[in-house]
Ligand binder design. Sequence first.
Ligand code: CU
Length: 330
Amino acid sequence: MLKSPFKTNLPKDAPVKELRFTLSGNMNRYVWSLDNKVVSETDKILIKKGENVRIVMYNGSMMRHPMHLHGHDFRILNEHGDYAPLKNVIDIMPMETDTIEFQANADGDWFFHCHILYHMMAGMGRIFTYENSAPNPLIHHPEMAFKMLKMDDRMFHFMAENDFASNGNDGEAMFSNTRWSIGTEWRLGYNDEHGYETETHIGRYIGKNQWLMPFIGFDWRYRRMGMDEQEQNLFGQKNTKDNRSVFSAGLEYTLPMLIKAQVEVYTDGNVRFQFERKDIPLAKRLRMNLMWNTDKEYMAGLKYIVARNFGITTHYDSDMGIGFGVNLNY
Ligand SMILES: [Cu+2]
């Protein structure tokens, strides 16, 4: 709707450089990019002084992104033609396409990025650099600055949570960045009948939607079985949860409704399929977790979110039975 009070046309005879970007990312992992590439995975984009740079942007994500360009005002091409408004941020809604254009009339390097700072630091941006030009006078140490900028989106983030419950401790920890995930989860009972187990997976997310993650893993568990207790998995393979210490390789695929399907092959020959959905929002502060696998294990849990880092939980686990507890997360 915005209209400039004066004409904002760019020089008519200048050459036009047209660029296209898809605003991309993964909502669930909270990683953000342009054309599925973060700043550190791309080269600077060369532009020439005197040309008109036109950028067509399509937002293929389910969040809005206020895209911001340093050092220039751009025209937002809308229904007002010659009177297109001049801005340096445009907030692009999901599934929306917008075209902006600006006159290349500066020197050196200029940052173009999403102005939600979490998205920017995750790598949602590009650097424009003027060909054969003096450095940007506002950047005092260009090489150092570029190095520091690329460190942002390569950074690994840490998260952890633990359920201190009446039937044991149940939790997970994860280091991850745009492409990699190193995660470990544990279920530690208070006695040998309930058992103890940890599973660790190191994987890399593949594809622009990051639905697929091949991984390698390590599995350790110990549980004292009863005298006549003989367990087999669904495929008739002997279940080794009484004493297992094996490596594995597997694939994780995110199905619709954010159900994670996992297939894992262990070095002892066993195979496991698992389906898990975490964080189902039942009410504003109430979440449900569900899990089932071919080792005939299942789990259902509820968490009431009391504060950002604190919740009250109850869960039923096929090995450890029912429990109540508190959950701390970081
Ligand atoms: Cu954004």
